[in-house]
Design a protein around this ligand. Structure first.
Ligand code: ATP
Ligand code: 3PG
Length: 407
C-alpha cells in the first residue's frame, strides 16, 4: 500500500502545480494523441471541476533528440480530452509564466513549457538539491500544493518530479495512484492461484533482468519476442541471431548470455519457450516452422507459431494473475500478430488480475479491437513499470511518501 496522500486529501480552492507525463511520439513535429493524454485528463478535469487553479508541467523528449519540442500542441490535445480550455505559455518559470500563473481563475488550466528546456530540470540529483534549484524556488511560492501524476517518469530524479514535495504539501494524482497500485501488485499482493508473466518485445536486457529479479514470485513465464529467441538460443536452437540486417539479437545475447543461462538453469521448470515460430515465406505470407526442425540460422522470426499460441492460452486461463511485458511478435504487421493478440484475447476472456505494460504492447489492444475494460490495468509506463515489477523504488514516489509523513 502506498503511503502518499492523494487528491482526495487536497483542501478546497487551492493554487495547484501538477506534474504530468505527456511525453509522446512526435510525427512531422506534432505530438500524437495517445493514452497518456486521456489518462491524465481525468486528474486535470477533477482538479478543475473542484475549482482549483491548475498549472501543469510536463516534458517532451530530451535536448538533442528529434522529439524534443515545445508543448503547445500537447495543450490542444489535452484540452480535447479534458473538455475545457487548456491555455499554454511558452515559458516554464520566467516572468511570462509567473504572470500567467498568477492570472489563473478558479477552474482554469494552464500548461507551462517543456520542463526539459530548463537547465535545472535534467541533471539527476538528490531531491534536496533539486528543491534548492531556481526552478523549484521560483515556482513554489506561487502555489499552495503540488500534485504528481507522472508515474511513468517517477524513476527520474528531475527537479519537477522530486524537488517540489520538499517545499509544498504534495499529493498523488489519479494516474499515479492507479499505476502505483497495479504495477506493484506482483511484488506486494498475494494471489491464490498461479502468477504468469508474458515476456516479449525488443528490450530483452530489461525483461531478462525482470525475470531474474522476480524469481519465485512468478510461477511461469511465457516467452516470445527477442527475449524468447535468446532463451531458445541458450537452449541450443539456431535462432536468436541477427540475420538479414536485423540488429536486435547478437549484442543483447553477448550482454545477457550468462544471466539467461543461469535463469534457465534455476527456473527452467517455470519457463515456457516457443515450440514453433513464424516468418515471412517466399510468397510473402506467414509461414511457420517447428523449433525442433530449424536446422540453420538464416531466417528472421517475427512471431511465435500457432502451436505455441495454443499452448500459452490455457496457461493464461488457469492463472490468477497475468502481467505482460513486451509483445510476442511484430504485431504491427497483421501477419505476425497472432502471438500477441492470442495472448491478449485469452487474458481478456479470463477473470484474472491482469496488467499490460509497455507503450508498444498496449497499442495492440486498440489496433486489434480489444476492450481495455477487459484488463485490470493497462499501464502507460515503460521504465517505471519495469522498476515497479522488480520492486525497485521510484524516487518521485518516495518523496511523495516522505511529504505525507511530514504532514
Ligand atoms: N521477434 C521479433 N522481432 C522483432 N521485433 C519484435 C519481435 N517480437 C516483438 N517485436 C517488437 O517488439 C515491440 C514491443 O517491444 P518493446 O520491448 O518496445 O516493448 P514495450 O514494452 O511494448 O514498449 P516500451 O517499453 O517501449 O514502452 C513491438 O513493436 C514488436 O514489433
Ligand atoms: O516516456 C517515458 O517513458 C518517460 O516520460 C520517461 O522519459 P525519459 O526516458 O526520456 O526520461
Amino acid at each position: 500500500m502506498a503511503t502518499f496522500d492523494t487528491i482526495d486529501d487536497l483542501p478546497a480552492d487551492k493554487r495547484v502545480l501538477v506534474r504530468l507525463d505527456l511525453n509522446s511520439p512526435i510525427e512531422d513535429g506534432e505530438p500524437q494523441d495517445n493514452r497518456r493524454f486521456e489518462r491524465h485528463a481525468e486528474t486535470v478535469r477533477e482538479l478543475a471541476e473542484a475549482g482549483h487553479r491548475v498549472a501543469l508541467m510536463a516534458h517532451q523528449g530530451r535536448p538533442g533528440r528529434d522529439d524534443f519540442t515545445s508543448l503547445s500542441g500537447h495543450a490542444e490535445i489535452l484540452a480535447d480530452h479534458v473538455d475545457r480550455d487548456v491555455a499554454f505559455v511558452a515559458d516554464t518559470y520566467g516572468d511570462e509564466a509567473l504572470e500567467a500563473i498568477d492570472a489563473l481563475g478558479a477552474g482554469e488550466v494552464l500548461l507551462l513549457e517543456n520542463t526539459r528546456m530548463c537547465d535545472d530540470e535534467l541533471p539527476e540529483e538528490s531531491p534536496e538539491k533539486k528543491a534548492e534549484t531556481e526552478f523549484v524556488q521560483t515556482l513554489a511560492p506561487h502555489f499552495d500544493a503540488y500534485v504528481n501524476d507522472a508515474y511513468s517518469a517517477a524513476h527520474r530524479k528531475h527537479a519537477s518530479l522530486v524537488g517540489f514535495p520538499l517545499v509544498l504539501p504534495s499529493y498523488a494524482g489519479r494516474v499515479m495512484e492507479t499505476e502505483y497500485e497495479a504495477n506493484t501488485a506482483i511484488a506486494t499482493r498475494e494471489f491464490d492461484g498461479p502468477v504468469t508473466m508474458v515476456v516479449g518485445g525488443t528490450k530483452a536486457t530489461d525483461v531478462i533482468g525482470v525475470m531474474d529479479a522476480l524469481d519465485d514470485r512468478v510461477d511461469r513465464f511465457l516467452l516470445g519476442g527477442v527475449a524468447g529467441e535468446l532463451f531458445l538460443r541458450a537452449a541450443g536452437h539456431p535462432v536468436g541471431h541477427d540475420v538479414s540486417g536485423l540488429d536486435l539479437f547478437d549484442e543483447q545475447w553477448a550482454e545477457n548470455r550468462e544471466l539467461i543461462e543461469s535463469v534457465l538453469d534455476e527456473r527452467g521448470d517455470a519457463i515456457r519457450l516457443a515450440t514453433d515460430l513464424a516468418y515471412e515465406g517466399t510468397d510473402g505470407d506467414r509461414a511457420e516452422v517447428a523449433v525442433d526442425d530449424i536446422g540453420e540460422k538464416e531466417t528472421g522470426y517475427l512471431d511465435v507459431g500457432s502451436e505455441t499460441v495454443a499452448a500459452y492460452e490455457p496457461a493464461i486461463r488457469e492463472s490468477d494473475a497475468v502481467f505482460v511485458k513486451g509483445a510476442l511478435g511484430v504485431f504491427e504487421d497483421e501477419r505476425f500478430a497472432d502471438g500477441t493478440v492470442g495472448v491478449l484475447e485469452a487474458i481478456a476472456e479470463t477473470d484474472c488480475f491482469s496488467v499490460v505494460g509497455g507503450g508498444d504492447t498496449s497499442r495492440a489492444i486498440e489496433m486489434y479491437g480489444l476492450d481495455e475494460g477487459d484488463f485490470s490495468h493497462v499501464s502507460i509506463a515503460g521504465g517505471a513499470y519495469i522498476r515497479a515489477l522488480t520492486g525497485e523504488p521510484l524516487p518521485a514516489v518516495e518523496v511523495l511518501e516522505a511529504a505525507a509523513g511530514r504532514r
